[in-house]
Design a protein around this ligand. Structure first.
Ligand code: TMP
Length: 203
């Protein structure tokens, strides 16, 4: 019997988190270990509706509205998470740390407000482990240059993403036991191995 933790993947755009989450899914499929995978914003029917609204290039919301919409999207996911909590492994592509990194460290919205609403939504739900994918300035610049602007949040500049990544690192360093920092500038295969080795310890 494996443990059924909540495992979160965090990092700025292009940091490789989605690649690694998919690798974990393949590994779990092979081992016939049950799990669910969700992304935020999105993940459930209503949350996907809110995702479209937030990330639409034509939307022009202020940072507070953005915060409330991300949290509304999370609120719509909580039932799904609660249903499988401790019954299946739950893999989440972005979660509460994204809100702190982007809305607080990136956009300057009150940290306390974010913490209070996250606590209100999550109640007894606990994240067991977070993989934080980081990129260096050179690679971030190259990735941003190459990337097509797909949504409203793809249009920020280097300075913004630097602030967001620094915020993520602050969170990871304040709670080292529950985070693994994945240096996406290193060889992808060795990172895949690092992540699977860590996964084996967690589940
Ligand atoms: P994605 O491209 O990884 O799907 O994420 C969509 C964007 O949403 C990404 O730019 C990060 C942003 N985001 C926040 O700003 N706050 C949040 O709480 C979440 C979950 C995502």
């Amino acid at each position: 019997m494996s443990k059924k933790p909540i495992i979160v993947f965090e990092g700025i755009e292009g940091s490789g988190k989605t690649h690694h989450i998919n690798k974990i899914c393949k590994y779990l499929d092979k081992k016939k270990i049950s799990y669910i995978k969700i992304r935020e914003p999105g993940g459930s029917i209503n949350s996907e509706k809110i995702r479209k609204l937030i990330l639409n290039k034509k939307s022009k919301f202020n940072p507070q509205t953005d915060l409330l919409l991300y949290l509304a999207a999370r609120s719509e996911n909580i039932n799904l998470i609660r249903r499988y909590y401790k019954k299946k492994i739950i893999l989440i592509d972005r979660f509460t740390d994204s809100t702190i990194a982007y809305q607080h460290y990136g956009m300057g919205v009150s940290l306390n407000t974010i913490k209070i609403i996250n606590k209100f939504l999550l109640k007894n739900i606990k994240i067991q482990f977070t993989f934080l994918n980081i990129v260096n300035k050179k690679n971030l610049f190259l990735r941003l240059k190459k990337r097509k602007s797909l949504n409203r949040y793809d249009q920020f500049d280097m300075n913004f993403y630097n602030k967001v990544q620094k915020g993520y690192l602050k969170l990871a360093k304040s709670n080292k036991k529950f985070y693994k920092i994945i240096d996406s500038n290193s060889e992808i295969k060795s990172n895949e191995k690092l992540i699977i080795d860590q996964l084996k310890k967690i589940i």
